[in-house]
Design a protein around this ligand. Structure first.
Ligand code: FUL
Length: 473
């Protein structure tokens, strides 16, 4: 009887713990979870600057300047696919205010240009090409506008709200909306008090699956630099935003980069960077295109550190991606495909470590090497420093890369961990790191071993690992 009672009490205790965990930590919305899966996408900076060789247009450029001679959004999307990108985001309107679609709320658009006799719509062409190629779509709509006559007055909020509504209702489903914090008005320039609250409401209503990017989200956060890098081994998907604003009043750059361990909001980092020094196409930068190894390095330091990567590829004056950029991208994409082709742990025997908790709801429980990120294992955390997962590869294999994923649907928990491999009778540390989050990729000099194990050193709560993968890249 006593045993039964103790058993029941223990069960109630565990159930309450499981429930408590589900609610106590900030965790992603369904839209944010889908965004995490998007991982890597291309950015296209395209507009009058492409033709004037500027980075920040003045807003006074004549519309006829915009005249791509051979626009081919299918080419952009084919290359994006080959690069391994899962989506594309375009500067629908950059700071110069020029709209790449015939907006009803501006007189500075493709409609006022000679291009396609004023009948063109770059967004339409890109939206259609993206769908044909199975890519998600997003729009950058600069709040700062150097052209619009109403910029700097309360009426501009109406203009921006209308423009946003137009964008969010005309081109199908979007996965991200990009709000750039930049403003170069200077001390004597126009001052705009933006009604971001209203814009957020419009976005939530019209595109509930789109995640809003800005210095303080609300969907995802700027990673604090434009080099595309998470700079340390720490990247929390949580951030405190109270008291901060978009743009100059944003959180400190290192906070944006690392997040806040106990931050109140789920607001993961997005790393933005250009394949060239500039964001727009400049012929003189043709020799400065990042090579596949540099792109690989960017990938490891963004996606490989739990962030998303948005890589800018500026189309040229023809409206096509330059051959230098595409060669580099396609070869990077090949490296991604080849590199992560063969998970050495797939189907391999999991060795018992005694640290596995089997009280997770059955429908969620899965092996950490089942290739399914929607299943996870809970790991009891009363034995700090013990192996939580251990694998036998059956015979010695060469490997140099480990990939770990946390089950972030229930929050981010792991603060630090290490990986060991067995040599003879001894375990030797081969890697040590901090957070994991959506995905951690660690590379180390190639080793040959038969057994490998992961040890969680610190965690905020019961660790939930969803995947462990091992590769020789
Ligand atoms: C910055 C902008 O000022 C640049 O022109 C570019 O769009 C970059 C992605 O964001 O804040």
């Amino acid at each position: 009887m006593r045993t039964l009672l103790t058993g029941i009490l223990f069960f109630i205790f565990l159930t309450s713990q499981v429930l408590a965990q589900k609610t106590s930590l900030p965790h992603p919305t369904a839209a944010q979870l889908a965004w995490h899966d998007t991982e890597f996408y291309l950015f296209f900076h395209f507009g009058p600057n492409t033709f004037t060789n500027l980075e920040w247009g003045h807003g006074t450029e004549i519309e006829d300047l915009f005249n791509p001679t051979a626009l081919d959004c299918d080419q952009w999307c084919r290359i994006a696919k080959q690069a391994g990108a899962k989506g594309v985001i375009i500067t629908a309107k950059h700071h110069d205010g020029f709209c790449l679609w015939p907006s009803k709320y501006s007189k500075h658009t493709v409609r006022e240009s000679k291009w396609r006799n004023g009948e063109g719509d770059v967004l339409r062409e890109l939206a259609e090409a993206a769908r044909r190629n199975g890519l998600k779509l997003g729009f950058y709509l600069s709040p700062w506008d150097r052209n619009h006559p109403q910029y700097g007055t309360p009426e501009y909020n109406e203009v921006y709200a209308n423009t946003l509504t137009e964008l969010l209702t005309s081109y199908g489903e979007l996965f991200e909306i990009w709000w750039d914090g930049a403003n170069g008005e200077g001390p004597n320039g126009k001052r705009q008090v933006y009604d971001f609250h209203r814009f957020e409401k419009i976005a939530a209503q019209l595109q509930p699956n789109a995640v809003i990017f800005s210095d303080i989200g609300p969907g995802c956060r700027w990673a604090g630099n434009e080099a595309g890098l998470i700079l340390t081994e720490t990247n929390w998907c949580t951030l405190d935003t109270v008291g901060f604003q978009r743009g100059a009043g944003g959180p400190p750059q290192d906070t944006l980069n690392q997040g806040n361990i106990n931050g109140a909001n789920w607001m993961p980092a997005e790393c933005d960077v250009s394949i060239r020094p500039g964001w727009f196409y400049h012929q003189e930068e043709d020799e400065k295109v990042k090579n596949p190894d540099q792109l690989w390095d960017l990938y490891l330091n963004s996606v490989g550190k739990g962030a998303n990567l948005i890589l800018n590829i500026p189309p040229d004056q023809r409206g096509r991606i330059n051959a230098r950029d595409s060669v580099s991208l396609v070869s990077f994409g090949q490296k991604l495909r080849d590199g992560f082709d063969m998970n050495l742990l797939k189907g391999k025997k999991r060795e018992s470590t005694g640290a596995r908790c089997v009280f997770a709801p059955k429908r969620f429980v899965g092996e950490v090497n089942d290739g399914d990120r929607s299943t996870y294992e809970r790991v009891r955390f009363d034995r700090v420093g013990e192996a939580v997962v251990q694998f036998d590869l059956r015979r010695k294999k060469h490997f140099n890369t480990i990939v770990l994923r946390e089950y972030i649907a229930d929050g981010q928990r792991i603060q630090s961990f290490k990986v060991e491999a067995k040599y003879g009778q001894k375990w030797k540390e081969i890697a040590q790191s901090k957070t994991i989050g959506a995905r951690k990729i660690i590379q180390f000099p190639t080793i040959k071993s038969r057994r490998i194990r992961v040890i969680v050193l610190e965690a905020k709560d019961m660790p939930l690992l969803s995947e462990v993968e091992l590769y020789k890249i």
